[in-house]
Write a protein that binds this ligand. Structure first.
Ligand code: IMP
Length: 193
């Protein structure tokens, strides 16, 4: 089995990626804890490529990274790549977003995720993007998920991400869709470096 280093310190993300990539012949492991990559890019793609590439070069193994966030139309795409840095806790981030949006009528938003896979020499081998459109509620609903899930409402299912069963969220979310786009490319990939 080829080792694939997941460029995250988050064991939850490792588990989620293991589930998406279960059918493939890769052994997924977490990146070394002391290997911190700063997200200096101005787009999700730049950050995903930066993380995958650096972790691959530093470990000499294949590496995979994702970068994701919430883009709100009436806020010109904010918080975007700053989604994680919009406040210090999930509730602070939600509160800030709701304050900035106020009573704005246009509440359209989308979650976006870009995944990048790098070869052991750091070259980017594959990239895939997924998006999930929805609307920002005025008040949080639901207790599942994480991050902005309680205020992200998906009209098609009449539920927020935080109200959905995890399997449904994983099937329709930006991350799920990015993995669905990545999978056929991964299966076709030649492993020579
Ligand atoms: P990163 O991709 O780990 O850098 O995370 C970006 C940030 O976007 C997270 O800290 C969350 O605030 C937000 N985010 C990304 N995906 C989701 C999601 O599925 N639900 C809720 N918030 C998310």
């Amino acid at each position: 089995m080829t080792i694939l280093v997941v460029a995250t310190g988050n064991p939850g993300k490792l588990q989620e990626m293991q589930a998406y990539l279960a059918d493939l012949n890769w052994e997924l492991i977490l990146k070394p804890e002391d290997l911190e990559i700063e997200e200096t890019g101005s787009t999700f793609a730049e950050n995903a490529c930066l993380k995958a590439s650096e972790v691959a070069r530093m470990t000499g193994q294949w590496a995979i990274a994702d970068d994701s966030g919430l883009e709100v139309d009436a806020l010109d795409g904010a918080p975007g790549v700053f989604s994680a840095r919009y406040g210090s806790t999930d509730s602070e981030r939600i509160e800030r977003l709701l304050n900035e949006l106020g009573n704005e009528l246009n509440r359209d938003a989308q979650f976006v995720c870009v995944i990048a896979l790098a070869r052991p020499n750091g070259a980017i081998a594959l990239q895939a993007e997924g998006a999930c459109p929805g609307r920002i509620l005025h008040t949080p609903r639901g207790t599942g998920g994480f991050g902005y899930d309680p205020i992200f409402y998906v009209p098609e299912y009449s539920q927020t991400f935080a109200e959905m069963p995890a399997e449904l969220k994983h099937a329709i979310s930006h991350r799920g869709r990015a993995f669905q786009a990545l999978l056929p490319q991964l299966k076709a990939l030649t492993l020579d470096t």
